[in-house]
Design a protein around this ligand. Sequence first.
Ligand code: HEC
Length: 419
Amino acid sequence: MLRRALLLALLALPVAAQDQGAVHGGPVRALAVAPGGGALASAGFDQSVIFWDLASGRARAVVRWHAGAVNALVALPEGGVASGGEDGRIAIWPADPRAGQPLRVLEGHDAPVAGLAWRDGVLSSAAWDGTVRLWRDGAPPLVLEGHRGNVNAVAFRADGVPVSAGFDGTLRAWRQDGSAEVLAEFGLPRNALAALPDGVLAVGGVDGLVHLVAREGAVREVLSGARPIVALAVNASGTLLAAASLGGSVAVLSLPDGRLVQTLDGPGTPVWSAAFDSDGRTLWTGGADRRVRRWDALAGRALGPVGEAGEAAPREGLDAHGARVFRACSACHALTAEGGNMAGPHLHNLFGRRMGGVAGYAYSERLARGDIVWTPESVADLFTRGPDVVTPGTRMPVQRLENAEDMAALLRFLDQATR
Ligand code: HEC
């Protein structure tokens, strides 16, 4: 309930002048980096998953398929991604998700999916129905029962054993026969889990504590913060662990010693999700500011949000204020036909164009209907009431512009730059 209220409050945030560049319509709850780097997926409370090309900093695709928040993501081999939602469903996305429909849907959980992990052809899911499920291609899932209450996180330990943690404060390792060994009991709910390459597990809880749990069960506290841990991420070599806390900063610990090396504080906190890039020191975080940000975790330095890297300098003679407002759009829209379709259709000749009118772009059903002609008035309406209200069912993440001067500048800029 609290989460719903929070979600509604956060979705209502306008795109304020100092907040241009938000790409999601709500907090970014999950991130997944492709194992080889180069691509990233982000997902959030706005029900959408955005697929990023990291070289260009552009969004390749936005899909909006889950009926509710997207809580979990995991990268699959060959560029695919699995997403888990508040709707209890898991969607398997292909490397090119532009058609907007998943390759496969895994159904069975009857409460929100909170965590996903993948290893050697097996997808593991944790859900608030109290179960962990193991999904193998084509076979019915193995349902693992034993936790009392919500299961919040899953991982595969380095030896391939599925592990989970949840509301009951336990960390469990699941045997082949479906029974569980309780590796550790913390008393208070555990929210996050990360598997280190040496077989150690990192576990974070509502009490702000992060523990390392060795294979034979030895438990060591490495962080004690004041606020609940919401996300943990470990780099591929197992030398850095990032722990994000609710409403707070991100602690970066060195491993195996568990020493605090950096505290990432600054733009983009509170952070809801974190994932290391393949280089082992770049950390991506998803925050309440609806952006995906990049950090040098070792140096403790903010490197700026995704989407800004690919931004071309505004052309000579265009409205500079409007160009700044358009930064909230540039990760997904090109202004010219040559710029092509990115996650969103190009905006060339926007004014006078019928909604859903760019040939070759796979629109949602709502936009494909084409019952609106884009004019300065209808675009102003779209971003005053919001795409979710004007075109319900659209894949464009919620964006609102409340400042009349920003709106006027955006419309001037679009008029100049899309001709
Ligand atoms: C995260 C990506 C993303 C961002 C950011 C974004 N859009 Fe979109 N936009 C989309 C997608 C995706 C669609 C197509 C939606 C559909 O098919 O339902 C779209 C559709 C549109 C359309 C309708 C186009 C048509 O051909 O009918 C307009 C106009 C538009 N966006 C303008 C903007 C403006 C202006 C901004 C910035 C204030 C913006 N968008 C920000 C992804 C985005």
